[in-house]
Design a protein around this ligand. Sequence first.
Ligand code: SF4
Length: 462
Amino acid sequence: MENNHKIVFDEKIIKKYDKSGPRYTSYPTSIEFNDNFTQRDYRRWSRASNALNRPLSLYFHIPFCDTVCYYCGCNKIATKDRTRSMPYMEALKKEIVMQSMLFNKDKQVEQLHLGGGTPTFLNDGQLEDLITFTNKNFALKNDDSGEYSIEIDPREIGEQTLATLRELGFNRLSLGVQDFNYDVQVAVNRIQPINQTENAIKIGRDLKYHSISIDLIYGLPFQNIKSFSVTLDNIIRLSPDRVSVYNYAHLPKLFKPQRRINAATLPSPGEKLDILKMTIEKLHNAGYVYIGMDHFAKKTDELTIAQQNGTLQRNFQGYSTHANCDMIAMGLSSISNVGNTYSQNVRTEIEYYEKIEEGSLPIFRGIEFTGDDIVRQDIISQLICHLHLNTNIISKIYSINFWEYFKKEEADLLLMQKDGLLELDKNQITINSKGVLLIRNICMVFDAYLRKRQTTNFSKTI
Ligand code: SF4
C-alpha cells in the first residue's frame, strides 16, 4: 500500500481536539499496571513464550546522565561520577543471567536496544563487556541482520566508541539533538554545537550504520518559527534517515528538572502549532514521509517500506519492523512485554540492587491482558501504523461482531467523521488527511481504561 499520509493542517479542528492523551507505545498504558502482577506471573508467561517460539527483543536501560536536560521527563540519574555505573553493570549482568535462564537458548535476538538515560555514559570497555556477556547468555545475531540500536549523545561520543559499537553489532544510531539554536540550548541546559552532531553522523555513515535517526523537540523555551526553521534546514542538510519531532509537554509538577524552565519563555500554543505546521511542510518538501505519531522517515528507509507493505509495528521503542518479539527489558524502570503481559522493573537504584542481590527479578508491577485488551491493542496498533482498519478482519480474528462490540465507540467515531477526521463504513475505518495528526485522539476512542478515567497525566496529543 502506497504511503499517502498527506496531512491537512486544520487549525480549528486541531484546537477542538486539543487534549492530553497517551502515545500508545503500549495498550493498556503503564498507568494500568498494578502490583498484583508478580515475578511468578512473569515466569509463567516466559514458559508459555518458549512453547510459541517467538523471537526475542532485548532492551537495556542505562539510567545515568552526565548533566540533566531541563525538559527531560525520563527516569534518569544525573551524576558526574562515572564509577556509579560499575555496581549497576554488575547488577544488570545478574539480571541478564536470571532472564536468560527463563528462555530457550536458541531463541534469536531479532532486536536489541540500549536506551536511557545516556547509554554512552558507559566507557568502551563497559559497552564491550555488556554485549559480550549478553552474547554468552542469549543468541545474538552475528550477521548484521538484526535491528540493533543505541541512543547516543553527540556531546560525548568519539570515533573510537562509534567504531567499537559497530564492531559489537550495533547497526542503528539514534541521536538526541532537540534544537540547534544556542539560546534554546542554554535554556534547556544542553549545549551541543552542530559540529558535534555533524561529526557523529559522518562517522556513523563511514562505519556503515544502516540507519541514523535524530530526535527534535518543538515547544521548548525561546523557540520560534524562524529559529526552528534554521534548525530544520540544518537537519535536512545532515540528511538523517529518520527524524522524530516530539511535542514538549511542560509538566513541572511531575518532572522536577522542568521547574528550571521559565514558563514565560515557552512559545504560545498558537506559535507551537505554527512551528509544527512549518516542520511538517519542510520535512515533506525535503522528501521525508510522515510515518505517523511524530515520526518521519526517508522514502527508502525500512520503516517507510514496512508501512507500505503493511508490516510496520509499534512497541516501547516506537515504530519497528521487528516488533513481533517477546521483549525482555532489563535495568531500572524498564518495561518488558512477554506473551500477553507487560511488566515493569523497580525505579530506584536501592530497590534494584536489593532485588537483584536476593536473586529476584526486579519486577514491581505489571498487567496480564484480558481478551478485551488484546482486541483493542490490535486495533490501536493498526490505526497508528497503517491509518486504516479492516473491521471485518478484526471480527473474524476475535470472533466478534465489530460494530456490535464497539457501539459506544461508533458514536464517537461518527462525530469524528462529521469533523472530517475519518471515514467509516461497514468494513473499514480510514483516517483522512485531516485526522492524521489527531491519530492519538482517534485511538483514545478505543481505550476502555481512558473511558473510565476522568483525568490524565498524559501529554497533549499535538
Ligand atoms: S534528555 Fe537524555 S541526556 Fe538529557 S537528561 Fe534526559 S535522559 Fe539524560
